[in-house]
Design a protein around this ligand. Sequence first.
Ligand code: SF4
Ligand code: FES
Length: 361
Amino acid sequence: MTRILAPLGILAELTHRCPLQCGYCSNPLELLKANRELSTGDWISTFRQAASLGVLQVHLSGGEPTLRKDLDQIIACLAENGIYSNLITAGVSFSREDLSRFRQAGLDHIQISFQGALPETTELVGHLKGAHEKKRAAAGWAVDLGLPLTINAPIHKLNIHEVPDFVALALELGAERLEIANVQYYGWAHLNRAALLPSYDAVMAQVEYVHDIRERLTGILNIDFVTPDYYADYPKPCMGGWGADAMAITPDGQVLPCHAAQTISSLTFDRVTEKSLSEIWHHSDAFNRYRGDSWMPETCRSCERKDIDFGGCRCQAFAVTGSAAETDPACIKSPYHAHLRKMPAEGPIQRRVIGKSPQPA
Ligand code: SF4
Ligand code: FES
Protein backbone atom coordinates (compact mmCIF):
# COMPACT_ATOMS: atom_id res chain seq x y z
CA MET A 1 0.00 0.00 0.00
CA THR A 2 1.42 3.43 -0.99
CA ARG A 3 1.94 5.88 1.87
CA ILE A 4 0.21 9.19 1.15
CA LEU A 5 2.07 12.26 2.42
CA ALA A 6 0.71 15.81 2.76
CA PRO A 7 0.50 17.89 -0.43
CA LEU A 8 2.97 20.79 -0.42
CA GLY A 9 1.96 22.80 -3.46
CA ILE A 10 -1.05 23.68 -5.60
CA LEU A 11 -1.17 25.09 -9.10
CA ALA A 12 -4.43 27.05 -9.08
CA GLU A 13 -5.65 27.80 -12.60
CA LEU A 14 -7.98 30.64 -11.73
CA THR A 15 -9.19 31.18 -15.30
CA HIS A 16 -8.58 30.04 -18.87
CA ARG A 17 -9.13 33.59 -20.15
CA CYS A 18 -5.92 35.09 -21.53
CA PRO A 19 -4.94 38.08 -23.68
CA LEU A 20 -2.27 35.98 -25.44
CA GLN A 21 -2.79 33.12 -27.90
CA CYS A 22 0.34 31.01 -27.46
CA GLY A 23 0.39 27.77 -29.41
CA TYR A 24 2.59 26.08 -26.75
CA CYS A 25 -0.01 26.37 -23.96
CA SER A 26 -0.45 23.26 -21.80
CA ASN A 27 -4.10 24.07 -21.08
CA PRO A 28 -6.64 21.56 -22.44
CA LEU A 29 -7.94 22.10 -25.98
CA GLU A 30 -11.42 22.70 -24.56
CA LEU A 31 -11.00 26.01 -22.74
CA LEU A 32 -13.53 27.17 -20.18
CA LYS A 33 -15.41 30.46 -20.47
CA ALA A 34 -15.75 32.85 -17.50
CA ASN A 35 -19.22 31.57 -16.57
CA ARG A 36 -17.74 28.15 -15.67
CA GLU A 37 -15.18 29.55 -13.19
CA LEU A 38 -15.29 28.95 -9.43
CA SER A 39 -16.61 31.80 -7.31
CA THR A 40 -14.44 33.82 -4.92
CA GLY A 41 -16.01 31.92 -2.02
CA ASP A 42 -15.17 28.54 -3.60
CA TRP A 43 -11.50 29.50 -3.97
CA ILE A 44 -11.30 30.87 -0.43
CA SER A 45 -12.87 27.72 1.03
CA THR A 46 -10.47 25.59 -1.06
CA PHE A 47 -7.38 27.48 0.12
CA ARG A 48 -8.44 27.29 3.77
CA GLN A 49 -8.77 23.52 3.38
CA ALA A 50 -5.40 23.46 1.62
CA ALA A 51 -3.73 25.16 4.58
CA SER A 52 -5.21 22.57 6.97
CA LEU A 53 -3.93 19.79 4.70
CA GLY A 54 -0.38 21.15 4.94
CA VAL A 55 -0.05 23.03 1.63
CA LEU A 56 2.82 25.54 1.84
CA GLN A 57 2.69 27.28 -1.53
CA VAL A 58 0.15 28.13 -4.20
CA HIS A 59 0.98 29.16 -7.74
CA LEU A 60 -1.77 31.41 -9.10
CA SER A 61 -1.95 30.67 -12.78
CA GLY A 62 -4.30 30.34 -15.74
CA GLY A 63 -4.81 31.50 -18.47
CA GLU A 64 -4.08 34.92 -17.07
CA PRO A 65 -4.89 35.06 -13.32
CA THR A 66 -4.90 38.87 -13.14
CA LEU A 67 -8.11 38.88 -15.23
CA ARG A 68 -9.93 37.70 -12.08
CA LYS A 69 -11.41 40.77 -10.39
CA ASP A 70 -11.08 39.09 -6.97
CA LEU A 71 -7.35 38.41 -7.13
CA ASP A 72 -6.62 40.68 -4.14
CA GLN A 73 -9.06 38.69 -2.00
CA ILE A 74 -7.58 35.39 -3.12
CA ILE A 75 -4.02 36.56 -2.36
CA ALA A 76 -5.12 37.93 1.03
CA CYS A 77 -6.71 34.57 1.90
CA LEU A 78 -3.43 32.77 1.11
CA ALA A 79 -1.44 35.24 3.22
CA GLU A 80 -3.86 34.93 6.15
CA ASN A 81 -3.46 31.16 6.04
CA GLY A 82 0.34 31.27 5.94
CA ILE A 83 0.60 30.02 2.34
CA TYR A 84 3.37 31.39 0.09
CA SER A 85 1.83 32.88 -3.08
CA ASN A 86 3.40 33.01 -6.52
CA LEU A 87 1.66 34.91 -9.33
CA ILE A 88 2.33 33.33 -12.75
CA THR A 89 1.43 35.98 -15.29
CA ALA A 90 1.92 37.12 -18.87
CA GLY A 91 2.45 40.62 -17.44
CA VAL A 92 0.33 42.51 -19.99
CA SER A 93 -3.01 43.11 -18.27
CA PHE A 94 -2.39 44.95 -15.03
CA SER A 95 -1.20 48.39 -13.94
CA ARG A 96 1.44 49.40 -11.42
CA GLU A 97 -1.40 50.24 -8.99
CA ASP A 98 -2.89 46.74 -9.40
CA LEU A 99 0.48 45.13 -8.68
CA SER A 100 0.96 47.35 -5.67
CA ARG A 101 -2.45 46.19 -4.35
CA PHE A 102 -1.48 42.53 -4.89
CA ARG A 103 1.74 43.19 -2.98
CA GLN A 104 -0.16 44.83 -0.11
CA ALA A 105 -2.58 41.91 -0.02
CA GLY A 106 0.44 39.68 0.67
CA LEU A 107 1.79 38.49 -2.69
CA ASP A 108 5.19 36.83 -2.14
CA HIS A 109 6.60 36.29 -5.64
CA ILE A 110 5.90 37.01 -9.31
CA GLN A 111 6.81 35.06 -12.42
CA ILE A 112 6.47 36.86 -15.75
CA SER A 113 6.60 34.91 -19.00
CA PHE A 114 8.36 36.27 -22.09
CA GLN A 115 7.47 34.52 -25.35
CA GLY A 116 10.65 35.89 -26.90
CA ALA A 117 13.73 37.75 -25.71
CA LEU A 118 13.14 40.18 -28.57
CA PRO A 119 9.93 42.23 -29.08
CA GLU A 120 9.13 40.78 -32.50
CA THR A 121 9.32 37.19 -31.22
CA THR A 122 7.13 37.95 -28.19
CA GLU A 123 4.51 39.46 -30.51
CA LEU A 124 4.77 36.65 -33.05
CA VAL A 125 4.31 33.85 -30.49
CA GLY A 126 1.79 35.54 -28.17
CA HIS A 127 -0.07 37.38 -30.96
CA LEU A 128 -0.43 40.64 -29.02
CA LYS A 129 0.95 43.93 -30.26
CA GLY A 130 3.10 45.84 -27.75
CA ALA A 131 3.25 42.84 -25.40
CA HIS A 132 7.03 42.95 -24.94
CA GLU A 133 7.11 46.53 -23.68
CA LYS A 134 4.21 45.85 -21.31
CA LYS A 135 6.06 42.87 -19.86
CA ARG A 136 9.23 44.89 -19.41
CA ALA A 137 7.24 47.56 -17.58
CA ALA A 138 5.57 44.96 -15.34
CA ALA A 139 8.98 43.46 -14.47
CA GLY A 140 10.22 46.95 -13.55
CA TRP A 141 7.24 47.55 -11.24
CA ALA A 142 7.82 44.19 -9.55
CA VAL A 143 11.45 45.06 -8.80
CA ASP A 144 10.44 48.55 -7.57
CA LEU A 145 7.87 47.02 -5.24
CA GLY A 146 10.42 44.59 -3.83
CA LEU A 147 8.76 41.49 -5.27
CA PRO A 148 11.16 38.65 -6.05
CA LEU A 149 11.00 38.24 -9.84
CA THR A 150 11.36 35.16 -12.02
CA ILE A 151 11.45 35.46 -15.79
CA ASN A 152 9.93 32.44 -17.48
CA ALA A 153 11.15 31.64 -21.00
CA PRO A 154 9.15 28.85 -22.69
CA ILE A 155 11.53 27.49 -25.34
CA HIS A 156 10.62 25.93 -28.70
CA LYS A 157 11.66 26.05 -32.34
CA LEU A 158 10.64 29.70 -32.82
CA ASN A 159 12.85 31.10 -30.04
CA ILE A 160 15.52 28.53 -29.14
CA HIS A 161 18.15 30.71 -30.85
CA GLU A 162 17.31 33.50 -28.36
CA VAL A 163 18.39 31.63 -25.19
CA PRO A 164 21.49 33.87 -24.70
CA ASP A 165 19.24 36.94 -25.19
CA PHE A 166 16.87 35.63 -22.51
CA VAL A 167 19.80 35.50 -20.08
CA ALA A 168 20.75 39.09 -20.96
CA LEU A 169 17.11 40.18 -20.55
CA ALA A 170 16.77 38.56 -17.11
CA LEU A 171 19.98 40.27 -15.95
CA GLU A 172 18.87 43.62 -17.35
CA LEU A 173 15.44 43.38 -15.67
CA GLY A 174 16.93 42.55 -12.26
CA ALA A 175 15.35 39.08 -12.03
CA GLU A 176 16.47 36.73 -9.28
CA ARG A 177 15.70 33.68 -11.35
CA LEU A 178 15.38 32.71 -14.98
CA GLU A 179 13.42 29.63 -15.90
CA ILE A 180 14.49 28.29 -19.27
CA ALA A 181 11.62 25.89 -19.77
CA ASN A 182 11.64 23.77 -22.87
CA VAL A 183 8.01 23.32 -23.85
CA GLN A 184 6.45 20.06 -22.71
CA TYR A 185 4.15 18.66 -25.35
CA TYR A 186 0.65 18.39 -23.84
CA GLY A 187 -2.59 20.22 -24.63
CA TRP A 188 -2.10 22.90 -27.28
CA ALA A 189 1.63 22.24 -27.38
CA HIS A 190 0.98 18.61 -28.34
CA LEU A 191 -1.41 19.72 -31.07
CA ASN A 192 1.29 22.11 -32.39
CA ARG A 193 4.35 19.95 -31.77
CA ALA A 194 5.34 19.74 -35.44
CA ALA A 195 5.54 23.55 -35.53
CA LEU A 196 7.28 23.83 -32.15
CA LEU A 197 9.67 20.92 -31.68
CA PRO A 198 13.24 22.18 -32.19
CA SER A 199 15.87 20.13 -33.99
CA TYR A 200 18.21 17.77 -32.15
CA ASP A 201 21.22 19.98 -32.99
CA ALA A 202 19.52 23.14 -31.67
CA VAL A 203 18.59 21.39 -28.43
CA MET A 204 22.10 20.01 -27.88
CA ALA A 205 23.66 23.46 -28.50
CA GLN A 206 21.19 24.93 -25.99
CA VAL A 207 22.01 22.30 -23.34
CA GLU A 208 25.74 23.04 -23.67
CA TYR A 209 25.20 26.81 -23.50
CA VAL A 210 22.90 26.64 -20.46
CA HIS A 211 25.26 24.38 -18.49
CA ASP A 212 28.11 26.79 -19.14
CA ILE A 213 26.27 30.07 -18.43
CA ARG A 214 24.63 28.64 -15.33
CA GLU A 215 28.02 28.01 -13.82
CA ARG A 216 29.38 31.41 -14.85
CA LEU A 217 26.40 33.24 -13.31
CA THR A 218 26.40 31.35 -10.01
CA GLY A 219 25.53 33.82 -7.24
CA ILE A 220 24.27 36.39 -9.79
CA LEU A 221 21.28 34.77 -11.48
CA ASN A 222 19.65 31.44 -10.65
CA ILE A 223 18.89 29.58 -13.85
CA ASP A 224 16.37 26.74 -13.71
CA PHE A 225 16.50 24.49 -16.72
CA VAL A 226 13.53 22.36 -17.72
CA THR A 227 15.17 20.03 -20.20
CA PRO A 228 13.72 18.90 -23.51
CA ASP A 229 13.10 15.22 -22.91
CA TYR A 230 12.09 14.32 -26.48
CA TYR A 231 15.83 13.90 -27.13
CA ALA A 232 16.82 12.51 -23.73
CA ASP A 233 17.64 8.92 -22.77
CA TYR A 234 15.66 8.98 -19.54
CA PRO A 235 12.49 10.82 -18.57
CA LYS A 236 12.09 13.61 -16.07
CA PRO A 237 10.66 12.75 -12.61
CA CYS A 238 7.43 14.44 -13.62
CA MET A 239 5.53 16.04 -10.72
CA GLY A 240 8.04 14.35 -8.39
CA GLY A 241 5.79 11.30 -8.81
CA TRP A 242 2.04 11.15 -9.42
CA GLY A 243 0.00 12.30 -6.42
CA ALA A 244 3.20 12.61 -4.35
CA ASP A 245 3.19 16.21 -3.12
CA ALA A 246 1.31 18.49 -5.50
CA MET A 247 -1.98 19.03 -7.25
CA ALA A 248 -3.57 21.35 -9.78
CA ILE A 249 -7.07 22.83 -9.70
CA THR A 250 -8.85 23.87 -12.90
CA PRO A 251 -10.94 27.06 -13.24
CA ASP A 252 -14.12 25.02 -12.68
CA GLY A 253 -12.77 23.24 -9.60
CA GLN A 254 -11.59 19.85 -10.87
CA VAL A 255 -8.64 18.61 -8.82
CA LEU A 256 -5.88 17.05 -10.91
CA PRO A 257 -2.70 15.16 -9.99
CA CYS A 258 -0.89 17.24 -12.65
CA HIS A 259 -1.76 20.37 -14.64
CA ALA A 260 -1.97 18.38 -17.89
CA ALA A 261 -3.86 15.38 -16.49
CA GLN A 262 -7.09 16.32 -18.29
CA THR A 263 -5.38 15.24 -21.50
CA ILE A 264 -5.65 11.65 -20.15
CA SER A 265 -9.17 10.93 -21.35
CA SER A 266 -9.42 7.68 -19.36
CA LEU A 267 -9.42 9.62 -16.05
CA THR A 268 -12.25 11.49 -14.33
CA PHE A 269 -11.67 14.12 -11.67
CA ASP A 270 -13.45 15.13 -8.48
CA ARG A 271 -14.43 18.74 -7.84
CA VAL A 272 -13.85 20.99 -4.84
CA THR A 273 -17.53 21.96 -5.02
CA GLU A 274 -18.57 18.34 -4.40
CA LYS A 275 -15.95 16.82 -2.08
CA SER A 276 -13.44 18.09 0.45
CA LEU A 277 -9.87 18.63 -0.71
CA SER A 278 -8.67 16.09 1.84
CA GLU A 279 -11.05 13.42 0.58
CA ILE A 280 -9.96 14.06 -3.01
CA TRP A 281 -6.23 14.01 -2.17
CA HIS A 282 -6.46 10.75 -0.24
CA HIS A 283 -9.19 8.80 -1.99
CA SER A 284 -9.93 9.97 -5.52
CA ASP A 285 -9.38 7.42 -8.25
CA ALA A 286 -7.44 9.90 -10.41
CA PHE A 287 -4.83 10.42 -7.65
CA ASN A 288 -4.55 6.77 -6.64
CA ARG A 289 -4.40 5.34 -10.17
CA TYR A 290 -0.66 6.03 -10.68
CA ARG A 291 0.59 6.51 -7.12
CA GLY A 292 3.48 4.34 -5.96
CA ASP A 293 4.73 1.57 -8.24
CA SER A 294 1.99 -1.06 -8.37
CA TRP A 295 0.61 0.44 -11.63
CA MET A 296 4.00 0.26 -13.36
CA PRO A 297 4.74 -2.02 -16.29
CA GLU A 298 7.46 -4.59 -15.57
CA THR A 299 10.07 -2.45 -17.42
CA CYS A 300 9.76 0.23 -14.73
CA ARG A 301 8.91 -1.95 -11.73
CA SER A 302 12.15 -3.88 -12.03
CA CYS A 303 14.26 -0.83 -12.97
CA GLU A 304 16.90 0.70 -10.69
CA ARG A 305 15.75 4.22 -11.69
CA LYS A 306 12.12 3.84 -10.64
CA ASP A 307 12.69 5.81 -7.40
CA ILE A 308 14.50 8.53 -9.38
CA ASP A 309 12.00 9.26 -12.17
CA PHE A 310 8.91 7.31 -11.00
CA GLY A 311 8.40 5.92 -14.50
CA GLY A 312 8.43 9.41 -16.04
CA CYS A 313 5.43 11.39 -17.19
CA ARG A 314 1.92 9.86 -17.36
CA CYS A 315 0.63 12.59 -19.65
CA GLN A 316 3.44 12.07 -22.15
CA ALA A 317 2.92 8.29 -22.04
CA PHE A 318 -0.76 8.81 -22.86
CA ALA A 319 -0.11 11.43 -25.57
CA VAL A 320 2.35 9.22 -27.44
CA THR A 321 1.15 5.65 -26.76
CA GLY A 322 -2.55 6.10 -25.96
CA SER A 323 -2.04 4.54 -22.49
CA ALA A 324 -1.03 6.47 -19.37
CA ALA A 325 0.13 3.20 -17.77
CA GLU A 326 2.99 2.76 -20.26
CA THR A 327 6.63 3.58 -19.52
CA ASP A 328 7.25 7.21 -20.57
CA PRO A 329 8.45 7.05 -24.22
CA ALA A 330 11.23 9.50 -23.30
CA CYS A 331 12.87 6.46 -21.66
CA ILE A 332 15.34 4.52 -23.78
CA LYS A 333 13.78 1.28 -22.48
CA SER A 334 10.32 2.14 -23.84
CA PRO A 335 9.35 0.36 -27.07
CA TYR A 336 7.96 3.74 -28.22
CA HIS A 337 11.24 5.63 -27.67
CA ALA A 338 12.23 5.74 -31.35
CA HIS A 339 8.68 6.80 -32.26
CA LEU A 340 9.07 9.92 -30.09
CA ARG A 341 11.90 11.16 -32.28
CA LYS A 342 10.01 10.57 -35.49
CA MET A 343 7.62 13.49 -35.02
CA PRO A 344 6.81 15.51 -38.14
CA ALA A 345 9.35 18.31 -38.61
CA GLU A 346 7.08 21.08 -39.88
CA GLY A 347 3.47 22.13 -39.51
CA PRO A 348 1.13 25.10 -39.06
CA ILE A 349 0.56 26.62 -35.63
CA GLN A 350 -2.95 26.73 -34.18
CA ARG A 351 -3.52 29.63 -31.81
CA ARG A 352 -5.05 29.10 -28.39
CA VAL A 353 -8.42 30.84 -28.51
CA ILE A 354 -11.40 30.27 -26.18
CA GLY A 355 -14.50 29.10 -28.02
CA LYS A 356 -12.68 28.15 -31.23
CA SER A 357 -12.37 24.40 -31.81
CA PRO A 358 -8.86 23.39 -32.86
CA GLN A 359 -8.37 21.16 -35.88
CA PRO A 360 -6.84 17.73 -35.21
CA ALA A 361 -3.07 17.70 -35.90
FE1 SF4 B 1 12.42 5.32 -15.49
FE2 SF4 B 1 10.80 3.28 -16.12
FE3 SF4 B 1 12.71 4.06 -17.81
FE4 SF4 B 1 13.36 2.85 -15.54
S1 SF4 B 1 12.23 1.94 -17.26
S2 SF4 B 1 14.36 4.66 -16.40
S3 SF4 B 1 11.78 3.64 -14.14
S4 SF4 B 1 10.91 5.25 -17.15
FE1 FES C 1 1.21 15.14 -16.31
FE2 FES C 1 3.84 14.71 -16.51
S1 FES C 1 2.67 16.40 -17.28
S2 FES C 1 2.38 13.60 -15.33
